[in-house]
Design a protein around this ligand. Structure first.
Ligand code: IPD
Length: 287
């Protein structure tokens, strides 16, 4: 049966707003819930409670759809072609714990493994990003993204670039990240300059929305998960942005590959991707 994407989208927004009220009224503490992988991979009671609230409402309204959420994911769970809600109840948990208000509910719907609806809501700033595949991306439901007509992407030197350290701070993948960050930031030999700036704001979903809006030119990360990117991916694409692999060479990343680079709309996207890939030192193993 054909899905009523508009109705599903509107329902997802209502749930995201409800979840947002729960998040802003919470007192974050990691003590009861503990951390997951190591001392910087945080999870709070609020993450769990908000995911429960979201999954309960979604299952009630759409009992035939699948659900994948950060807090209930088990190693080995895979995404299927069935319509699947993909949810990160709090993207930017570290920010939430520190009361830094760059935090979002990231709620996506994938259909046939394609990100199809995206809702990203920051309840602290009450900023809502939303998109349905093929129907444009919006800020607060009314302002079309990107916010201004995109200028051409000339060279990486003139870009504002978002990267993230993530929670895995060791091994090959950490070396690939940190060496590439240094290469992006440094004045390059023989002239050619350096990027205008590097930003690490701590929410993959909001980073994707920043690229969709046009305020960040490129976002590059490996190690994030489907729930970090599903919703933002739709918003990015609908705003004219593109998503490719963080490892050089793959123009068609899949949602579960855990390596992404987003480039904003505008002429010269392919050239920027190639220039960036040329700076990547080594290859990520995650994926
Ligand atoms: C994390 C944030 C962070 C990114 C990580 C994500 P979480 O999500 O988006 O910016 O670097 O890859 O896992 O743990 O706060 O939901």
């Amino acid at each position: 049966a054909d899905l009523n994407l508009q109705e599903i989208h509107d329902f997802m927004i209502a749930i995201a707003r409800k979840a947002g009220e729960r998040i802003v009224s919470a007192t974050p503490t990691t003590e009861a819930a503990g951390s997951k992988m190591n001392s910087v991979d945080l999870v709070t009671e609020t993450d769990k409670a908000v995911e429960k609230l979201i999954s309960t409402s979604l299952r009630e309204a759409y009992p035939t759809f699948s659900f994948m959420g950060e807090e209930t994911y088990q190693p080995g769970d895979t995404l299927t072609a069935a319509p699947t809600f993909i949810c990160d109840p709090i993207d930017g948990t570290t920010n939430f714990v520190h009361r830094h208000p760059y935090v979002a509910i990231s709620l996506g719907l994938s259909v046939a493994l394609v990100p199809t609806i995206g809702i990203v809501y920051n309840p602290f700033t009450q900023t809502l990003y939303s998109a349905i595949a093929g129907r444009g991306a919006y800020l607060n439901s009314t302002t079309k993204l990107p916010l201004t007509p995109p200028t051409p992407l000339e060279t990486l030197n003139t870009c504002l670039v978002a990267v993230e350290w993530g929670s895995d701070r060791s091994g090959n993948d950490f070396a690939v990240k940190s060496q590439t960050f240094a290469r992006l930031a440094a004045a390059r030999e023989g002239g050619g300059g350096m990027v205008h700036g590097l930003r690490s704001l701590g929410s993959a979903a909001l980073n994707l929305c920043a690229v969709a809006s046009g305020g960040i030119d490129v976002y590059w990360e490996a190690g994030c998960w489907a729930w970090d990117v599903c919703a933002g991916w739709v918003i990015l694409k609908e705003a004219g942005g593109i998503m490719v692999d963080a490892n050089p060479g793959n123009w068609e990343p899949r949602i579960e590959e855990r390596r992404y680079m987003a480039v904003r709309g505008g002429e010269g996207q392919k050239e920027i991707v190639e220039e960036f890939w040329g700076l990547v030192e080594g290859r990520f193993e995650v994926g």
